[in-house]
Design a protein around this ligand. Structure first.
Ligand code: NDP
Length: 478
């Protein structure tokens, strides 16, 4: 049977664009539909604008620290609208690059919503017509979970709106304590907004190493971010003048200019027509895929956040490249989700590779744990009270480095580089044999010769158990 396209991609974000470009470059006929802007969450309302705002929010601290180095910094002011419009110009530039790249590879672009109508059929909304393709790739990503069960949830913003607020609020309450909540708390606090975090559990950043979580918590409190734990919304109301009143389950009432929900993201699978192709989803709506990203329909694949595997841009890109390699280069390749470096762009930054101490002690009988907690040299003259953490977790039996956790300036950059030897299976002996680069903060990583403690069968050498931080069951606001 002749199809209109060899490949049709639904979604012009990181995953979809990469697959379309690579496949078209192999001489295949490729179509791609995007209903919003090219570049997807990462470029338009995620990683890229976030990092720009993180840079902006660090300047306040740089101006303060400059005095420690002899500078007299005069009056400093910040203009939110300048940041928003400069960000917008950069996003528009990047979007243009994406579009030009696709057109240059002769990918046929459709600026419209697309939905499945069968195993080989896609409906294009703007033209109200169906096109056919031998293979279809779904790369539609996700969207912030708006927690509609919370009374007054429509009065809250999400990360989608946070970048383009008409004015910088004076006060904000951010619900959630994952990547997005913690990063935005750092951004707003750094830009001078009175910032609070509202979290249902005991400690922010569940899933991260407990030492990292505790250090960031204390650093955030030092910066004036109030962290309310074990609490959730009862309801949100609008006050006269537009402020928001948050009634919490604890009985506390918090009035703020802005409420932001950062309570996870949901896949954009609603009304995508998955039923026309018999594509299975899990209980949360994520598309189920096999090891090669193939859905339960044999002519349809899915990559990126819509599959709910690891919700990170480079992972979506990698999954797409594996798809192209398997389907169009005759070289089957499964996405490898092991030992992924990740960063939280908080102030201070977090960089992490591999297992937390808790995960490692569940996977290995004996661990050697190396830790350094110190003040980075750059903060000595400004006398800034901020700590840096380096933590290495080693499987005692093989001497392999199984986890690395860093909190402090440039932690993300360090984690990216550490991921290379760790992916190669480096040992602590390799780390010890590496000459220090002096003076640097990173040299601490290669100069921690003696373990701070060992862990055997889940018990540390000082007798304390490596236990999960108690997460109180939420009172159920969602
Ligand atoms: P996360 O999963 O990181 O965090 C969600 C937060 O919401 C958690 O604190 C979670 O609590 C809380 N939560 C979830 N459900 C409820 C509920 N019903 N009631 C109260 N609290 C709830 O999601 P994010 O939205 O922050 O980020 C989405 C994904 O985007 C991340 O997983 C990450 O992969 C990616 N991302 C990556 C970034 C980076 O690489 N720097 C930056 C931003 C996003 P609990 O922990 O107790 O479950």
């Amino acid at each position: 049977m002749a199809y209109d396209y060899d490949l049709f991609v639904i979604g012009g974000g990181s995953g979809g664009v990469r697959a379309a470009n690579r496949t078209a470059a192999l001489g295949k006929k490729v179509g791609l539909a995007e209903e919003s802007r090219y570049g997807g969450t990462c470029v338009v309302r995620g990683c890229v604008p976030k990092k720009l705002y993180v840079y902006a929010s660090g300047y306040h601290e740089h101006f303060e620290d400059a005095e420690g180095y002899g500078f007299k910094v005069g009056d400093v002011s910040f203009d939110w609208n300048t940041l928003v419009s400069r960000k917008e110009a950069e996003i528009t530039r990047l979007e243009g690059l994406y579009r030009r790249g696709l057109s240059g590879n002769e990918v046929e672009l459709f600026d419209t919503r697309a939905e499945l109508r069968g195993p080989h059929s896609v409906w294009l909304k703007s033209e109200d017509r169906e096109v056919t393709a031998e293979r279809i790739l779904i790369a539609v990503g996700g969207t912030p979970n708006r927690h509609e069960s919370v009374e007054g949830h429509e009065l809250a913003i999400t990360s989608d709106e946070a970048f383009d607020l008409p004015d910088l609020p004076k006060t904000i309450l951010i619900a959630g304590a994952g990547y997005i909540a913690v990063e935005f708390a750092g951004i707003f606090n750094g830009l001078g907004v009175d910032t609070q975090i509202l979290y249902r559990g005991q400690e922010i950043l569940s899933g991260f190493d407990d030492d990292v979580r505790a250090l960031l918590h204390s650093e955030y409190e030092k910066r004036g971010i109030r962290i309310r734990t074990h609490d959730v919304f009862a309801k949100i109301e609008e006050l006269e003048g537009g402020r928001r009143r948050c009634h919490l389950k604890s009985g506390d009432v918090v009035d703020v200019d802005c409420v932001m929900l950062a309570l996870g993201r949901s896949p954009l699978t609603a009304s995508l027509g998955l039923e026309y192709a018999g594509i299975a989803t899990d209980a949360k709506g994520y598309i189920e895929v096999d090891d090669y990203s193939r859905t339960s329909c044999e002519s349809v694949w899915a990559v990126g956040d819509v599959t709910g595997r690891v919700q990170l841009t480079p992972v979506a890109i990698h999954e797409s490249m594996c798809f192209v390699s398997t389907e169009y280069r005759d070289t089957p390749q499964r996405p490898d989700h092991e030992m992924i470096a990740t960063a939280v762009f908080s102030h201070p930054e977090i960089g992490t590779v591999g297992m937390t101490e808790l995960e490692a002690c569940e996977a290995y009988d004996e661990l050697n744990v190396f830790k350094a907690n110190f003040r980075a040299m750059k903060y000595v003259l400004p006398d800034r009270d901020t700590r840096m953490l380096m933590k290495l977790i080693v499987d005692a039996k093989t001497d392999k480095l199984v986890g690395a956790h860093i909190v402090g300036p440039d932690a993300g950059e360090m984690a990216q580089l550490l991921a290379i030897p760790m992916k190669m299976g480096c040992t602590k002996a390799d780390v010890d044999a590496t000459m220090a680069l002096h003076p640097s903060a990173a040299e601490e990583l290669v100069t921690m010769y003696e373990p701070s403690y060992t862990v055997k069968a889940g018990i540390r050498s000082d007798g304390t158990p490596v236990a999960p931080v108690n997460i109180m069951e939420p009172a159920g606001n969602a």
